[in-house]
Each structure stands twice: as C-alpha cells, then as structure tokens.
Design a binder for this molecule. Structure first.
Ligand code: MN
Length: 414
C-alpha cells in the first residue's frame, strides 16, 4: 500500500483517514449533497468537482445533489473507483491545500447525515456459525444446534426495507402478540425483549438481470461497500410468530444503518481467510482466496444520562459464509439484486462470551444479567437506552473505520 500524507486536518486515530474516503449523503442548508469525509469534516462532492483537477470525470452534477447515492453508484466502478482515488490524490497534493478554507469542507457537526442509499430490498443472512449455534442451543437441541442445511447454504430471509433508518433516528419499542411458555393463549402489548443484532450491511453497487445469476467469481464487482447495521429484534414477538415462515413483525419495526458507506476497495488491505468450511460447499458457492474482512466491532449500551458500557467486542472475520457466497447464493435462482439493496450479514458473534452480538446470547435467553457501568445491569434493552455499534479496521500503518450506528429505544406508543 502506498503511504499517503494529506494536508487536511485529521485527528489521531480517526476512522476517516486519508485511506478511507467513504461516501454518504448529508443535508446542508436544506439541500442534499453527496459527500465524503476526511477526519471531522465532510467533503461536499458537488463543490469539489468545481476544482479543475476533476475535469476528466464526466460526473453529471445531478448525481451529486440527489437525496440518495444510487445514481452516483450506478455510474459504475469504472467511474467511482478512480474518482475516489482522485480525491485521495488531491487531498495529498500540497498545491491544493488552500481549499481547506473553502466551502468544499464542512465540519461534521454542521450537517445532518441521511440514509446513503435508497434500498428497495433488504435481505438478512444468518452467517455466523457461533451465533447460529448459540441460538440453536437455546431454542432447539444443544446436541444438534445447527439445522441440517446450515453448513450447505447461507440461510437468509427477506427483510423490510421501508423501516431502515439512519443512525441517530430513535425507534419506539414495538407492540405485538407474544405468548409465554406456560400461557394457553397469546396476549397483546409492548415487547419485553427488545434486542440488537450486531451486523454489517453490504451495499449492492451493480445490478444483475432477472434470470441471470451472479457467479461467485463475479460477485465482488457487485459490492459497492459496507456499513454498520443493527437488526433490531423483538425476541418475544419473534419467538411466537416465526414458525413456519420466519421472522416478520419481530424484525420489521426498524433496522439502523450507519451513514457512511466504506468502499470495498478501502478495505482491501484487511482481507483475511475465512473459517474452514466443512463439509465442502457445492461448486457454485466455492470461493478461493481471502474473502473475509478483519474489522473490529463493538456494541455499547448507554442508559439515559448514564455512562457508555461496552457489552460486546466481535469481528467481521468470524463470518462462516462470506459476501461473495451470499451474493452467489442469493442470485443462483435468477433473483435480481438492484443498486442500493442491502445484504445484512446476520448477527456477528465470536467464540468467547464477550463477543456475542446480541443480548439474546449475552444474557443467554434472559437467564443472566449483563453488567453495564454505574451498577446497572440489563437482560434486554430498556426504554430510553441507546445502543451504539462501532467498527474499524486497522493495521500498523492505516486505519479505516465506519464511525457508528446509534439508536435510542423510546417507550412503546400508547
Ligand atoms: Mn439479523
């Protein structure tokens, strides 16, 4: 990796180093702008391309002032990859450092970050073997925790795209039907078991035609980038409703996405080998090389007015099924992915108990208290708690991070 040195001001250990240059959408003075970020400043791309050095890019201005990045992403990697590299080059060329005082750069606190893409479809996978095993042990047979299909295909379900919200948007505790184990009939009321799921979102950057599967070797071309994702779950509603067709209202009350899409190119230096897959997968799922990503992840719970407490430290590299396999499997029947679609990874748990990516696992189905700061404990998420997920990749030289996805759970509607 070439060493880069920018004239822009970047705080030490910033997620948004010169090596990152992610993409997002912000609102500034009531207008939408496609933007990037360096340190604690957003880069307004519409203003940036007025710099003559970007003249070689035939970027239709409208793609940079729309409420979503879909059109920009749709220009394709042949445009967006060199464009991002040109931004890095420009930020490292001392001839342009006077631009720091221009309207290209805006302090992050002066803008409102929005959802980065319009998402037509959201699929949630179940690709961590540790998570699937924990859930299987709790709810089925500890001796046969994984269902027979699990090691043969990346299990998933169709999620609800309309209720995906950006970091900072509060959600209300959902109400619905639940049934206690010893009750003869269900009751209606606010969920008592609201939970987070620590996940990563893969943002699709290239469509495939209906009827044309994406092969595993071509799957990488369809990934624009990654973001943090909290797949909110109401465990008591989910438990009662999910047989036989899977998650429904226990999931669709909301999912939270971080505002910055870190490009898959920015994560190239952090590729690692995934877990050994036994038994061998079918040929259409066979991937070679390093297809997992070493991204440190953490989950924090902050009671209202209280101190942040880290309850989980995990890593994206634990995923049994990788992104390419998820894409190949998703489209093997001819299903078409579209630009802006989200494929969420599934809860990312590791082997150790402090790496479990949900309260369901951390509290082992509510059987033990999880310690927070200030003497507080939790089994599931309480009203007015804020859950914050953070993630970054780092080695000795560079750091590329995602910032955070932060959501407060408000009391149920009356
Ligand atoms: Mn999930």
């Amino acid at each position: 990796m070439t060493k880069l040195s920018t004239w822009a001001t970047v705080p030490d250990n910033s997620d948004f180093s010169i090596y990152n240059i992610p993409f997002g959408i912000c609102i500034l003075d009531d207008y939408y702008y496609a933007c990037s970020r360096i340190g604690d400043h957003v880069i307004i791309l519409n203003h940036l391309i007025e710099e003559s050095v970007f003249d070689s890019f035939d970027l239709p201005l409208s793609t940079l002032t729309e409420p979503f990045l879909n059109s920009f992403i749709g220009l394709g990697k042949s445009v967006t990859v060199p464009f991002r590299e040109k931004i890095q080059e420009w930020l490292c060329n001392a001839d342009y450092q006077d631009a720091w005082e221009s309207d290209i750069f805006v302090p992050i606190d002066d803008v409102e970050m929005m959802l980065p893409v319009f998402t037509r479809d959201y699929t949630d996978f179940y690709s961590s073997i540790e998570h699937a095993t924990n859930v299987g042990k709790m709810f089925r047979d500890p001796a046969n925790a994984l269902l027979p299909n699990w090691r043969h295909l990346p299990v998933g379900y169709h999620g609800r795209a309309s209720s995906i919200v950006v970091s900072g948007v509060d959600l209300h505790r959902p109400s619905g039907q639940t049934k206690a184990n010893d009750a003869s009939s269900p009751t209606y009321g606010p969920s008592k078991r609201v939970d987070f799921e620590l996940e990563m979102a893969c943002i699709i950057g290239k469509e495939n035609q209906l009827g044309s599967p994406i092969t595993i070797d071509n799957a990488g071309e369809h990934i624009f980038g990654l973001a943090l994702f909290n797949d909110w779950s109401a465990r008591d509603i989910q438990k009662w409703e999910y047989v036989p067709l899977g998650p429904f209202l226990g999931k669709s009350f909301g999912s939270s996405l971080s505002p910055w899409i870190v490009t898959i190119e920015a994560l190239e230096a952090f590729k690692v080998q995934g877990p050994l897959q036994e038994p061998a997968v079918l040929p259409y799922l066979k991937s070679t090389g390093d297809n997992n990503y070493d991204i440190d992840l953490s989950v924090v719970i902050q009671p209202k007015g209280g101190t942040e407490a880290v309850v989980c430290q995990s890593n994206f590299k634990y995923m049994y099924w990788n992104l390419q396999q998820q894409i190949a499997h998703h489209t093997v029947n001819g299903c078409n992915l579209q630009i802006g679609d989200i494929l969420a990874s599934g809860t990312i748990s590791g082997k150790s108990e402090d790496s479990y990516g949900s309260m369901l696992e951390l509290s082992w189905a509510g059987s033990k208290q999880v310690a927070l700061q200030d003497g507080e404990t939790r089994v599931f998420i309480q009203d007015n708690d804020t859950v914050i997920m953070r993630g970054h990749a780092a080695n000795k030289e560079i750091r590329v991070g995602f910032g955070e996805v932060k959501t407060q759970i408000l009391p149920a509607h009356e």
